[in-house]
Design a binder for this molecule. Structure first.
Ligand SMILES: [Zn+2]
Length: 80
């Protein structure tokens, strides 16, 4: 029995697929909601400006918060 191909072992510590209102609550809790509403947040990967509804994922670091857009190319956590 052989197993070939891709190993899909990813342990992303990412908040995703959360409801929009939950997103707002979270952003508010970290004082980013205002920035998000004003489009001042940028995707931490591609650098694209994001408004609230464009935020697909949020990563929480010890040093801060990173937000990501919906692009598939920004879905990779780079081995985090
Ligand atoms: Zn992006």
């Amino acid at each position: 029995m052989s197993v070939g191909g891709t190993g899909e072992l990813s342990t992303k510590r990412t908040i995703r697929a959360i409801h929009e209102s939950d997103l707002e609550q979270f952003l508010e809790s970290v004082n980013l909601l205002e920035k998000a509403r004003q489009g001042e947040l940028k995707c931490a990967d591609c650098g694209e400006k994001l408004v609230l509804k464009e935020i697909a994922r949020i990563r929480v670091h010890e040093s801060g918060i990173s937000v990501y857009c919906y692009r598939e190319t920004c879905d990779n956590s780079g081995g985090g």
